[in-house]
Design a protein around this ligand. Structure first.
Ligand code: SF4
Length: 438
């Protein structure tokens, strides 16, 4: 009897057979109109993470409105970010921008003496008028050190995507970090912003594995980043930190590559990379991770029926797309049609790409109109896309999920694997509920 093999299962079998997944697939590269948020958006999770930092955006009213609405801040709250507005007087050269900025910073520091790290964040307007925020930060540092550390980075939306804001911020943080002494004790540095609850879970696991000297980047406090050097082994927690990884390597650190910690399989492979680097015995690894793996598998299985065989299309947005697609393909048997990503770092993404079927279409960059044409031709069950595309697709009767939710929601690690599956399953469930029989 002929065996009926659904397309997603056939693809998975092909992947197992060749072992390369889509590592060697040549991505479609298109440049055109792209629909992504700018790097300022990453301040929303960064300011929550670094609890004694203040992010001062030097930008326009548009930048201020973006942040106000995206972060949902109430006007009577004391958030740890704000915007120094560049107005007409600044643009016309009637006011000295550096003097104006000094005044804003002095007022801010007087009002918020608890701030230990001030981050000047550049925007499109500050870049267009060529305001040198690096120099401004240097001068402010001379004035306020050692009580306050002043950094700067660009969150501009010109040719960038929103997760690059974090990449730029982390480079600014480690740029001023001292080099570790040659005989410094060995340490693990987990690079990439994780919710505190996830950081705590991973810390417990690393300690259980016998890896005691663990640090996270960004740290919860301005002073929390250790000296970095050849004693440092880096485990990347987020896939969008290409430049940060390069800078860490320049400081002598060793950067591990592994699938990113999404789902049971990804989390286990990610932890194993660290365990191997620190020579943790296999039986100890199995004992420490066993219960978490089991809980993750169980939690994900609750959503498998809803997601198995569903045809999914990813628009480029957060750079997390290959890892998310790998989770969907491997752990709930979804069929992945296209994985778009703003930038594809083939070195960092190789372990995730190897676990994707070679039938997956990869796309790097964006020409949004051509991509919309491909969506219409594919007619997927679920589209993962930016907010600007979601509503128009829903109006066409398609089912969508905003990709930014994967950046805002804690999804890494064993205990969050079920939540990750649920994020994908929720719009499909909503669509089923809204189906009206005629
Ligand atoms: Fe808009 Fe640029 Fe400001 Fe971002 S930085 S809100 S893209 S003007």
């Amino acid at each position: 009897m002929n065996r009926h093999v659904p397309p997603h299962v056939a693809a998975a079998e092909a992947r197992e057979a060749d072992g390369l997944g889509c590592t060697d697939v040549t991505p479609i590269k298109q440049r055109g109109q792209h629909e992504v948020f700018c790097g300022l958006t990453s301040i929303i999770w960064l300011h929550r993470k670094v609890q004694d930092a203040f992010f001062l955006i030097v930008g326009s009213r548009t930048c201020a409105h973006l942040m106000q609405s995206a972060a949902g801040v109430m006007i009577f709250a004391e958030p740890r970010f704000g915007t120094a507005i560049i107005d007409d007087r600044d643009l016309s050269g009637m006011a000295d921008m550096n003097e104006e900025l000094d005044k804003v910073v002095a007022r801010l520091i007087a009002r918020r003496p608890d701030i230990r790290m001030l981050v000047l964040v550049g925007s499109c307007p500050s870049e267009v008028i060529k305001l040198d925020l690096g120099r401004a930060a240097m001068k402010l540092n001379e004035r306020f050190a050692p009580d306050l550390r002043v950094l700067s980075y660009s969150g501009s939306g010109i040719e960038t995507t929103f997760t690059q804001g974090e990449d730029n911020f982390l480079q600014a943080v480690i740029g001023g970090t001292p080099r570790a002494a040659p005989d410094a004790p060995r340490q693990l540095l987990v690079a990439g912003c994780l919710a505190d609850v996830i950081e705590d879970q991973f810390t417990r696991i690393f300690h259980g594995l016998g890896i005691e000297n663990v640090h996270f980047l960004p740290a919860r406090h301005a002073e929390g980043v250790p000296p970095i050097g050849p004693n440092t082994t880096v485990l990347m927690a987020q896939p969008y930190l290409t430049e940060t990884a390069k800078m860490l390597e320049k400081k002598g650190a060793r950067v591990l590559t592994a699938p990113f910690p999404l789902g049971e399989e990804g989390t286990t492979a990610w932890l194993r990379a660290a365990a191997d680097a620190f020579d943790v015995p296999a039986d100890r690894f199995a004992a420490i991770t066993g219960a978490g793996r089991e809980r993750a598998r169980k939690a994900v299985s609750l959503y498998r029926d809803r997601l198995a065989g569903k045809r999914v299309f990813f628009f480029p947005d957060s750079q997390m797309e290959p890892s998310l697609a790998r989770f969907l393909s491997r752990e709930v048997d979804a069929e992945i049609l296209e994985v778009g990503t703003p930038y594809l770092n083939k070195t960092h993404m190789a372990p995730d790409l190897a676990l994707l079927p070679s039938s997956v279409r990869l796309a790097e960059g964006q020409d949004v109109d051509k991509q919309i044409d491909r969506v219409r031709a594919d007619d997927p069950d679920l589209i993962i896309c930016g907010m600007g595309l979601g509503n128009p697709f829903e109006a066409e009767g398609r089912t969508t999920k905003w990709s930014i939710e994967f950046a805002f929601t804690p999804i890494q690690g064993y205990e969050q694997a079920g939540d990750l599956a649920e994020l994908f399953a929720r719009p499909l469930g909503r669509r089923d509920l809204l189906q009206v029989e005629v």
